[in-house]
Design a protein around this ligand. Structure first.
Ligand code: ACO
Length: 379
């Protein structure tokens, strides 16, 4: 290993072979298991797409029915997990609560039979089913309320919104939320997925794998940018202020939140779909003033930075959608996690198929042959 081959952050270094998702950042293409994201977003559901990601093909009608049934059956969480969550501080971040709760699941379902497809299926079902319940439960608990039990008559997205608001959600709102989950379900070798794979490669249990990925997603360089987009739009405050704000930011060499991507050099295909979803919500429930600011900002950034390949990324419009759905800003990253569980599980399963424990090398840059100095002789 030489200094020449060292790439900080492993940038551009292939760390695995995968057939789960494909990105073409120059043409703005994202495929899950070979199917274009746009096709899935208009015709599939989050759960069907999760099945596709994890098992590699679209389920038959019967497989889908049984998968959906099993997810519904496993949505509830044990009262001891709810009681544990009641002990968390209200001021704690929802992502920290989720990481702890996901890890706690492993205490209840810890049997590791990683060569048994039934164990793999049950663990995937439990995690997909229970993570939304835990996210909604913490939101109610931190407000001083008891969590709401899942509703057996509602599908995945509608049930989550119901558990969060204690009201039956509007049909369009539930469909839009379902598509949001689908859009965030997978995105190749990002930091949290890599973290999941490293953990998986030790053959630990899947609850530890997901807890580790949740911890990684929580960092501001990864899952947190959509929160910051909303703060920025609020700070801009009016359409008239967009261009002066942008000028000032660029003068100070600051990054504009929700723009730019390591891989995409055109508008992120997920941003285009999210913008369309936001418009559907605004048409039904009233336009959000921040949307006008966002449109003007997209135009202004394109004029200034389009030549550098800086366009809206997935985080630019997702916050506006979540805000219209009534989701508190500090829960945005947990929503991301609910969706990304599908991708993490797909990579976990793929990793087990051809496992080799991750053990990269390092370039040692420290000292050698240093004498040990006893405490009394140290100055
Ligand atoms: N605003 C202004 N200028 C930008 C932006 C931006 N958002 N993003 C990149 N640039 C400029 C850089 O200043 C740099 O300019 P230079 O060549 O004149 O020095 C050039 O574009 C290349 O930028 P890099 O930072 O090298 O691009 P990189 O691929 O490393 O960064 C990143 C990608 C981290 C996403 C960056 O665009 C950014 O910080 N964006 C804002 C935060 C954000 O929205 N993050 C969410 C990403 S999506 C996700 O993680 C789910």
């Amino acid at each position: 290993m030489s200094v020449d081959t060292y790439r900080p952050g492993l940038e551009g270094v292939p760390a695995a072979k995968s057939s789960i998702s494909y990105i073409d950042g120059r043409q703005g293409i994202l495929e899950y298991r070979g199917i274009r994201l746009e096709e899935l977003a208009t015709q599939s559901t989050f759960l069907e797409t999760a099945y596709l990601l994890i098992w590699g093909q679209l389920p038959t009608k019967e497989e889908l029915k049984s998968f959906q049934h099993d997810i519904r059956y496993h949505r509830r969480i044990k009262y001891r997990i709810r009681d544990m969550m009641k002990c968390f501080p209200e001021s704690g971040h929802p992502m920290d609560a989720l990481q702890a709760s996901a890890a706690a699941l492993g205490l209840f379902y810890s049997r590791r039979a990683l060569d048994d497809p039934i164990y793999i299926r049950n663990a995937a079902i439990r995690l997909l089913a229970k993570i939304p319940t835990m996210v909604a439960a913490f939101q109610l608990i931190r407000q001083g309320n008891d969590p709401v039990q899942p509703c057996d008559d509602m599908d995945y997205a509608a049930n989550f919104l119901y558990m969060l608001t204690e009201r039956e959600p509007d049909e369009l709102a539930a469909r839009v939320f379902d598509v949001c989950l689908l859009l965030h379900a997978e995105h190749s070798m990002n930091a949290s997925t890599f973290s999941a794979m490293v953990t998986a490669s030790t053959l630990t249990d899947p609850y530890a794998v997901i807890a580790s990925a949740v911890g990684t997603l929580g960092g501001p360089l990864h899952g947190g940018a959509n929160e910051e987009v909303l703060t920025m739009l609020e700070e801009i405050g009016s359409v008239e202020n967009v261009r002066p704000y942008l000028e000032k930011k660029l003068e100070n060499k600051s990054k504009i939140m929700g723009f730019g991507h390591r891989v995409y050099k055109v508008k992120d295909p997920r941003a285009t779909i999210l913008q369309n979803l936001a418009e559907q919500l605004f048409e039904k429930f009233g336009r959000d003033v921040y949307y006008d600011i966002a449109i003007e900002l997209e135009q202004a950034v394109e004029e200034k930075l389009g030549a550098k390949g800086i366009y809206p990324n997935v985080d630019f419009y997702s916050g506006l959608v979540y805000r219209k759905l009534g989701i508190p800003t500090d829960m945005f990253t947990s929503i991301f996690a609910i969706a990304r569980v599908a991708g993490w599980l797909a990579h976990w399963k793929e990793q087990l198929g051809e496992n080799r424990i991750f053990r990269p090398a390092q370039l040692y840059v420290g000292m050698h042959d240093r004498p040990y100095i006893p405490p009394k002789e140290r100055t």
